[in-house]
Design a protein around this ligand. Structure first.
Ligand code: NAD
Length: 497
């Protein structure tokens, strides 16, 4: 254990002031080593009230700041993120355990949302039409007020960036509550917002868990809530937030199927499948966690897939010599992943690549699970139904494409689905019939980028307007339609000249 002197500070940002409240804390670990790296304050109603009041006070002036000026702050912010890129990636790697390459990918995905927010003057432009003789009608988009973001542990920088740049560029003020397991990346994002020149109180940062979330969900001055996390909490956030009169967009968990047709290109599919299942140690809502092999696809693919999985080097991500895969987030989460795999074995599945009990001699206290492949999984098994959120790939054998689509469509989740095939017909059948919001055709992780909405379905999303893209702009604004008539004169005269 480190001494408190070496721990990273984890302050709140309220009304432009950094605050270190004297309240209870929860430990933040470096999952690569199991070391304590910070103590995250567990805020509640007092801290949330102060942050929401600061955001509410800052709102009138910020809402009246022209969109072009608001965008300029995000142009500066973009440059600062780029200038601090390596530092941010190291921070993501340290508190989450992603490899540096994965951290870079995730920070880039976040950066693209800032770039999207820089286009806000064009995105906010309304429509206009002369709707009757002498009467004009026009739409405009106005901000809502105080918006809130509640984010998960698995993308400490990217997921907050899905939310606040567009919300703030639209003229709203903001309170972010990051995951208490990874609060440090959010502190860096806040520092850079100040450096970019964002006025005090426009962005505020609180920390904590259930108690702070409860206070945000019920605060009368909060107008909108964006949430990303597990399904039970997403459902609770949606129900409680809407009951209290707020707009809510709540992304939940997932169980994503990848259909492998008998004609799929073996080397390319193996590579994509290994990345989809084991990238970020499987801690991605778009992880391809179940392969549905059709006909002979299993025999064609599995030997090289098992070889690829066995070659994945697991290790600490906070060193110069980077591994292929890092740890999972906590010791408890590692134990849950291992337990689910063991339960699958007890229920009749076959472990054909076993990452349980993987040894990492240079980081013996880290939270590691090696790449694991569980074959002959049946639909009723626990491992087939629950989101594992670890480096575990289930394999289920299917007779044909219809059978695979039917099985995928029985899932209560609807985040992503993919197919690997050389048949245009199979791909077309799949894209139209599969019940999932993001579909990949020979793309293993069809996660959308900033300009497209992140379109989970069913228990992967609660709400109406998704995060990112134009739907994000709609979520953070309310539309006004103005009809205008001016009396006197005769506009028709102009055409006579
Ligand atoms: P989580 O639901 O445990 O936590 C998410 C947030 O909710 C955190 O800020 C946490 O502090 C808060 N929270 C946790 N328990 C709470 C409670 N009882 N009451 C109120 N607030 C609570 O999720 P996680 O473990 O941090 O993240 C992993 C989950 O997120 C996975 O299920 C993953 O699929 C999902 N996820 C979904 C997407 C998506 O876009 N659909 C993206 C990333 C992650």
């Amino acid at each position: 254990m480190q001494t408190t002197a070496t721990l990273s500070p984890c302050p709140l940002l309220i009304g432009g002031e950094w605050i270190n409240p004297n309240i209870a804390t929860t430990p933040v670990f470096n999952p690569s080593t199991g070391e304590l790296i910070a103590n995250c304050p567990v805020g509640g109603k007092v801290e949330v009230d102060a942050a929401v009041e600061a955001a509410a006070d800052a709102f009138p002036a910020w809402a009246q700041t022209p969109a072009i000026e608001r965008a300029r702050i995000f142009f500066r912010y973009r440059q600062l993120i780029e200038a601090n890129f390596d530092r941010l990636c190291v921070a993501v790697s340290r508190e989450h355990g992603k490899t540096l390459a994965e951290a870079r990918g995730s920070v880039y995905r976040g950066l693209e949302n800032i770039e999207y927010a820089c286009g806000i003057p064009s995105l906010l432009m309304g429509d206009t039409l002369e709707i009757a003789r002498g009467v004009d009608c026009e739409t405009s988009h106005q901000p809502l007020g105080v918006c809130v973001g509640i984010t998960p542990f698995n993308f400490p920088i990217m997921v907050p960036l899905w939310m606040f740049p567009v919300a703030i560029a639209c003229g709203n003020t903001y309170v972010l509550k990051p995951s208490e397991k990874v609060p440090l990346g959010a502190v860096m994002l806040a520092e850079l917002l100040i450096e970019a020149g964002l006025p005090k109180g426009v962005f505020n940062l609180v920390h904590g868990g259930r108690e702070s979330v409860e206070a945000l969900l019920t605060h009368p001055k909060v107008k909108a809530i964006s949430f990303v996390g597990s399904t039970p909490i997403a459902k609770y956030i949606y129900e409680t937030g809407t009951k209290h009169g707020k707009r809510v967009q709540a992304n939940g968990g997932a169980k994503n199927y990848i259909v492998i047709m008998p004609d799929a290109d073996v080397p390319k599919t193996v590579e994509a499948l290994a990345t989809a299942a084991f990238g970020c140690a499987g801690e991605r809502c778009m992880a391809g966690s179940t392969a549905l092999t059709v006909g002979v696809a299993a025999e064609r693919l599995l030997p090289s897939l098992v070889e690829a999985a066995k070659n994945i080097r697991v290790g600490p991500t906070d060193r110069k010599n980077q591994p292929d895969m890092g740890p999972v987030i906590t010791a408890q989460h590692r134990d849950r992943v291992v337990e689910l795999v063991s339960k699958g074995e007890q229920e009749g599945a076959k472990i054909i690549c076993d990452g349980r009990g993987v040894k990492v001699p240079d980081a013996p206290k880290g939270f590691y699970v090696g790449a694991t492949i569980v074959d002959q999984v049946a639909a009723e098994m626990t491992i087939a139904r629950e989101e594992v959120f670890g480096p575990v790939l289930n394999v289920m054998r299917m007779d044909d494409l219809d059978h695979a689509i039917e099985l995928a469509n029985k899932s209560s989740f609807g985040n992503g689905a993919a197919i690997f095939t050389n048949s245009g017909f199979a791909a077309r059948e799949f894209r139209y019939r599969v019940k999932a919001g993001m579909v990949g055709i020979n793309v293993g992780v069809p996660a959308t980028m900033a300009m497209f909405p992140f379109t989970g379905w069913d228990e992967s999303f609660y709400g109406d307007l998704h995060i990112q893209g134009r739907e994000g702009v709609q979520f953070f604004t309310q539309q006004k339609v103005v009809s205008t008539r001016w009396f006197g004169g005769n506009a028709a005269d102009v055409w006579r000249k």
